[in-house]
Design a protein around this ligand. Structure first.
Ligand code: FMN
Length: 462
């Protein structure tokens, strides 16, 4: 019997997140993303399906070359318009009991003092179900939205994230000691000043005095998600993340990446079991192969070549001009570095693939279609490679997740690949059996670090 996998629903507060063009299908409701009831209904559906978390992606700007046109982004509804997931989670928290509420926030978009306060507030409202997907942003337009002349260089963005984490860890873990909140009506003391500390952070980018304004929330630090794929990103994840998102093409690649990340985590003083690995997958389920084929054909019919290519910034020249969909990949400048182009060439040896082929390949990236038992076999393959959970992409909202509940979950439960009830408690308790970060995590070093006995009264502590 297999172990139960973890399941996240990977979504975004927008019409077209990953699978572009699908919002046009008559049954799709993602075009109503600005109606809070769509999300409340979806969150309830996810709880019925015992999902571990709803996981919101987010961006702070447009895809594509800076200064380029954004006609296609807008016509496709490609992550514009999009609404703030953090605000939405406040509503979802009050309509759910068990579902983890995960959202993405990049280090540019919010000052760490304010971000730490926002997260603590959400963690209070939700009873300890918040997770944060730490990203550094890849969009030039996002950098310009925050007054930067250009995106900071790739590895330097992770150095920025390191300091950002240092600030929020200090606020979440070190600023308030246990027992600082009294709410003592008779004594007239709301909180104990001896147990609440300024953090006096001073670093290259931030100077934050503290104390943290919220009292400790159930998890203090939210469950930390990360999705770095580069060498620097993997090291960052190994040092900090509790859940790592991968979108690998097959279990062998996943096995390698998981082993590498675990080795780095151990080198950083953490344990090999301190990180859960989630593979992103698109699943198409049907009772028979004929039904599966019919559904695939319908998805393909609605898929938008332009949407996929715009999202991937492929086939667009630096001035924003779009190349025709039948352009051969060999005629596109600077395409040599893309692994998926090389893979596509090998998959079509008789002819040079085109941009349109590439879009079809992106629909089928990390994708599996089959009967419930075939999907269960497929998931067992990922599990054998060390994957702990699935980040389930959607083709249609709420259809993808309703189908999961009705057509896939019973088979997965029967085969031991999905749980049959929620555990009680915070998100971290459900995932790791404890409300707070373990002692091996780098944030734990700030516990008690700012108390006068540890640091000298009022002295800066780093
Ligand atoms: C499942 C998954 C979800 C992601 N979600 C976001 C997101 O919401 N916003 C964002 O800016 N980047 C997102 N990314 C991109 C990553 O943060 C990161 O930039 C990317 O994986 C490249 O990593 P690297 O910079 O270490 O090479 C996501 C990546 C993956 C695999």
């Amino acid at each position: 019997m297999s172990r139960p996998l973890l399941f996240n629903a990977f979504v975004m507060n927008t019409a077209s997140h990953i699978h572009h063009g699908q919002w046009r299908h008559p049954d799709a409701r993602q075009h109503e993303f600005d109606d809070v009831n769509l999300w409340i209904d979806l969150a309830r559906t996810l709880e019925e399906g015992l999902f571990d978390a709803i996981f919101f992606a987010d961006v702070s700007g447009l895809y594509g070359p800076a200064g380029g046109q954004y006609v296609d982004n807008v016509q496709e509804g490609l992550q514009i318009p999009s609404n703030d997931p953090a605000v939405l989670l406040g509503a979802l928290a009050t309509h759910t009991k068990h579902l983890g509420l995960a959202y993405t926030s990049n280090v540019m978009q919010n000052h760490p003092f304010n971000f730490a306060r926002q997260v603590s507030t959400l963690d209070h409202i939700s009873g300890g179900r918040i997770a944060w997907n730490i990203v550094t942003s890849t969009q030039e337009n996002a950098a310009r939205n925050f007054g930067l002349p250009a995106l900071v260089e790739h590895d330097a963005r992770y150095d920025w994230a390191d300091e950002y984490l240092e600030v929020v860890y200090k606020l979440w873990e070190g600023s308030w000691d246990e027992g600082a909140l009294l709410r003592d009506k008779e004594g007239g003391r709301f909180a104990d000043p001896a147990k609440i500390h300024k953090i006096f952070h001073e670093g290259p980018r931030y100077k934050v005095e503290g104390p943290h304004l919220p009292a400790p929330s159930p998890q203090r630090t939210p469950v930390l998600f990360q999705a770095g794929g580069s060498a620097r990103g993997t090291r960052f994840a190994a040092e900090n993340a509790e859940a790592v998102f991968i979108i690998t093409p097959n279990p062998d690649v996943a096995r390698d990446q998981i082993a590498r990340t675990k080795d780095l985590a151990v080198a950083a003083g953490r344990g090999p079991q301190d990180i859960r690995f989630f593979q992103g997958l698109t699943l198409v389920v049907g009772a028979t192969h004929a039904e599966v084929a019919a559904k695939e054909a319908e998805y393909l019919e609605h898929a938008s070549v332009t949407g996929y290519l715009t999202h991937a910034s492929i086939g667009i020249l630096p001035d924003g001009t779009r190349l025709p969909d039948d352009t051969l990949l060999k005629d596109i400048p600077n395409n040599g570095g893309h692994a998926h182009v090389e893979w596509l060439r090998r998959a079509t040896p008789d002819r040079e693939p085109t941009l349109a082929d590439l879009a079809g390949a992106r629909l089928r990236n990390a994708y599996f279609a089959g009967t419930p038992d075939e999907i269960a076999d497929h998931l067992e393959g990922w599990q054998a490679a060390g994957v702990d959970g699935v980040n389930l992409m959607n083709l249609r909202l709420p259809g993808t997740y309703q189908e999961f509940n009705e057509r896939l979950l019973p088979t997965l439960q029967r085969r031991g690949l999905a749980k049959t009830e929620y555990a009680e408690g915070t998100l971290r308790r459900k995932l790791f059996g404890t409300d707070r970060l373990d002692e091996r995590h780098p944030a734990a070093r700030y516990r008690g670090a700012f108390a006068p006995a540890a640091a000298g009264a009022g002295a800066p502590a780093r």
